[in-house]
Design a protein. Structure first.
Lengths: 197, 168
């Protein structure tokens, strides 16, 4: 090892040691690049799996699913999940355009989720007043999480399978403190049901 | 005569009691605008509490307990909304009041946690800089000293290896 090599090795070692010692201070001065910000919304069946979603619905019977929200927005967030009931002709949220459904909200959840955390909650429902007249069915009252809700939602019999189809779906809204209001967060999930006598 | 007077008094009291039972709730009945006002107030209370908790969270405070209270209050408010839509205004007012009660004091607690977290953060920053700067100075001084030592030793070794004239 000649003198010039010793000098290079020594200089490199000193620089590395300086950088190691400066790391805590540099970590404070230079903010780490932020990761992608997003939220997730999902529903799971009664067995906590992506299966067994209620499909054949009978009056006065309780059904149960799990609703989950995950926050990857980088800070604590205030979410509003709007539960809506749609028939075949109603408009569902337009995910590509980021437009929520114009249907009235049947029930809503207000959830506060920390960054990098998930929150799961129950969604139980039953239909209390279903009437049928020829090819038209109508739901007049339902119960969500023990709260009676008045709706008047007609549905026509589906020609393909003779069923009366509805969709229960959930829209995720997020609180924007700048405008002091909720904004549609472009996330929605739902499941189809067929109501029976 | 006294007995008759007494029985009349009892009758009047009974009638008054019946009237009060029937009509008192009407006096305190809640209508839609009143319920709406209470719900709006609860909504505002919840938003204010959220903003304070969010600031504490950003400062690095542990807000898990406050978060539980916010979620509980959120459930009360959701149910108040449902009751309002179903026309149960009294229920709506009760639930909205529960929401406001649940978040009462949350902002103050969040503020305390935020100050505490900020204090800890400034201590951490101070120590991080202190260790870095002192360490850096030490490394520079020691490396210069070390370099001087190495240089001297290398020169000495080099001189020792120089060819010498030896008498044969």
């Amino acid at each position: 090892l000649n003198f010039r090599n010793v000098k290079s090795v020594y200089t490199v070692c000193c620089i590395v040691l300086c950088l190691v010692l400066l790391a805590p201070a540099l970590d404070i001065i230079l903010p780490s690049p932020g990761s992608e910000k997003f939220s997730e919304l999902w529903i799971l069946g009664p067995g906590h799996k992506m299966e067994g979603y209620p499909y054949n619905i009978f009056p006065e019977t309780d059904y149960h699913v799990f609703l989950g929200v995950s926050n990857q927005m980088g800070s604590l967030e205030y979410y509003l999940v709007r539960v809506k009931l749609a028939n075949q002709s109603d408009s569902l949220p337009d995910k590509s355009a980021g437009i929520p459904s114009s249907l009235p909200t049947a029930y809503e959840y207000r959830l506060f989720v920390e960054n990098n955390a998930t929150l799961e909650t129950d969604f139980s429902f039953s239909f209390n007043d279903i009437s049928f007249e020829g090819n038209v069915g109508r739901i007049s009252a339902l119960t969500i999480n023990g709260k009676a809700i008045n709706v008047s939602k007609p549905v026509t019999r589906d020609a393909s399978d003779n069923g009366f189809h509805y969709t229960i779906f959930f829209e995720l809204w997020i609180y924007n403190s700048t405008i002091s209001n909720f904004q549609f967060h472009d996330r929605s999930v739902g499941f189809r049901i067929v109501v029976n006598r | 005569m006294g007995k008759m007077k007494k029985s009349w008094v009892i009758r009047v009291c009974v009638v008054a009691l019946i009237f009060s039972v029937n009509y008192l709730p009407l006096c305190f009945a809640v209508d839609a605008p009143q319920a709406s006002t209470v719900i709006s107030q609860a909504e505002q209370d919840l938003k204010d509490a959220y903003i304070n908790v969010s600031e504490a969270d950003s400062a690095g405070a542990d807000v898990s307990l406050l978060l539980e209270r916010l979620n509980r209050a959120g459930a009360f408010l959701s149910n108040a909304d449902s009751s309002f839509k179903a026309g149960s205004y009294e229920d709506a007012v009760t639930l909205a009041t529960e929401c406001s009660d649940t978040v009462r004091g949350v902002s103050d607690e969040a503020e305390t946690l935020k100050s505490y977290a900020q204090r800890i953060n400034s201590n951490t920053i101070f120590w991080a800089f202190f260790v870095s700067v002192v360490g850096l100075i030490l490394v520079i001084v020691l490396s210069l000293l070390g370099w001087g030592y190495l240089k001297r030793r290398y020169s000495k070794d080099f001189l020792n290896k120089q060819p010498k004239v030896v008498d044969v």
